[in-house]
Write a protein that binds this ligand. Structure first.
Ligand SMILES: Cc1cc2nc3c(=O)[nH]c(=O)nc-3n(C[C@H](O)[C@H](O)[C@H](O)COP(=O)(O)OP(=O)(O)OC[C@H]3O[C@@H](n4cnc5c(N)ncnc54)[C@H](O)[C@@H]3O)c2cc1C
Length: 388
């Protein structure tokens, strides 16, 4: 029951860490409370796992210290993970914006990690819940399957999102138990609710999506937004949700590629109805609702120049104040986590508790949508695996 290293959590970060430590001939045990490993890998990317992003660098991450992730990301890169996927003959493709997905099922990535664990002599216990953790000379980990001791301990228990898949606050509790600071936690990459009266007509557009530029506090994302029964979702909204805080507004440019001033002044357009012009760029149902709330559609030349300017302004800067988010139950990630000042960026080890490591999503490093969160999990797990 004595190991060189115990890793709690058999997700992306924990398994990668175990593989690397095992390759160094360390005796490694991974403890997982679910009955199977890598549940979030399995459901990720719509079942095809967006396992990394070709463009990943530190600028794609949110953290109190945006430089913290640089070292790990430089030592285990996107190309390193691609090499591993290629070594296992897993076919993949780039969907868009550097996002790499399996051609087949995410399960292939899980099987790849399990094969690497097996080859590296890693022991894995599933259905094993950790009850208590203490440190004397060694770490003592008391679980539903007995007590284990280890020289090093890596906490790879992930974030709070999707509790029904095994997410717990265990990692944050352990950090606090050992005196490490944990920053505020909130759901990220999450749909937002907009339960205001002026937005009510748009909730009826549930299922309609359109390409837009969405901004909050100087950060912008250009991708689709999707109307839902309760508010907004879609990739651009998920991205911006990680930057948004309760009470703040987001701004949506509905026509980022269109010069509306010229559109409304073009001599060929002035006799046309506004809806005819807007339907070229926006979904018909959306245009109908948008114009209905502004007195209906009329020919351009029935409007004063000031009215046309106001319409253009509203189309380029639709301001929405979400009333909340869909919460951890629907979020892809947790923003915030174990304070990076508490950890060495070179090893992921606690600066004050020798032998205690934190890796993956439990750390205050949160990626954008698009494979960045897995790349952080692989990189931080790989780095810790060299030292535990
Ligand atoms: C629906 C969804 C889709 C996603 N799609 C993508 C995607 O395509 N690309 C991308 O980059 N990211 C994606 N993510 C985010 C990504 O899954 C996570 O950022 C990543 O899995 C974090 O890895 P991790 O190893 O830190 O944590 P996790 O993968 O969450 O692993 C933590 C493990 O610890 C276990 N655990 C927790 N508490 C205990 C305990 N007390 N004892 C024992 N075990 C415990 C959990 O059961 C879990 O298996 C998605 C997330 C969700 C929810």
């Amino acid at each position: 029951m004595k190991f060189d290293a115990v890793i709690i959590g058999a997700g992306a970060a924990g398994l990668m860490c175990a593989i690397e430590a095992g390759k160094r001939s360390r005796r490694v045990l991974v403890i997982e409370r679910n009955s199977v490993v890598g549940e979030k890998i399995r459901i990720s990317g719509g079942g095809r796992c967006n396992f990394t992003n070709r463009n990943a660098d530190h600028s794609n991450y949110i953290s109190a210290n945006p430089h913290f992730c640089k070292s790990a990301m430089a030592r285990f890169t996107t190309n390193d993970f691609i090499s591993l996927v290629e070594k296992h003959g897993i076919p993949f493709h780039e969907k868009k914006l550097g996002q790499l997905f399996c051609d087949g099922r995410s399960q292939q990535i899980i099987e790849m990690l399990l094969k690497e664990c097996f080859d590296a002599g890693v022991e894995i216990k599933t259905g094993c819940e950790t009850k208590e953790l203490n440190k004397d000379d060694l770490f003592s980990i008391s679980t539903t399957q007995g007590t284990f001791q280890s020289h090093s301990l890596a906490i790879a228990t992930g974030g709070l999102s999707i509790p029904q898949m095994g997410a717990t606050n265990f990692g944050y509790r352990i950090a606090k138990q050992f005196g490490l600071r944990v920053g505020p936690l909130r759901p990220g990459l999450v749909p937002v609710q907009v339960q205001t009266e002026d937005f009510a007509p748009f909730r009826e557009l549930s299922g309609v999506s359109l390409d837009a530029l969405v901004s909050c506090k100087g950060v912008s994302f250009r991708e689709n937004i999707l109307f839902t029964h309760r508010g907004l979702s879609g990739p651009a909204i998920l991205q911006i949700s990680s930057f948004w805080h309760e009470g703040e507004s987001i701004s949506i440019d509905l026509l980022p590629d269109v010069n509306t001033h010229n559109l409304f002044r073009d001599p060929g357009n002035i006799a046309k109805e506004i809806n005819v012009l807007l339907n070229q760029f926006l979904p018909k149902r959306f245009v109908e609702t948008w114009l209905r709330l502004r007195g209906g559609s009329h020919p351009v030349n029935r409007h004063s120049s000031g009215e046309l300017d106001d319409l253009a302004k509203s189309l380029h800067g639709w301001t929405i104040t979400p009333t909340g988010s869909e919460g951890f139950g629907k979020a892809e990630v947790t923003v915030g986590g174990v304070d990076t000042d508490e950890l060495s960026s070179k090893t992921m080890e606690s600066k004050n508790i020798p032998g205690l490591f934190f890796i993956g999503e439990v750390v205050d490093v949160t990626g954008w949508l698009g494979g960045y969160n897995f790349q952080w999990a692989w990189a931080s797990g790989w780095v810790a695996g060299q030292f535990i």
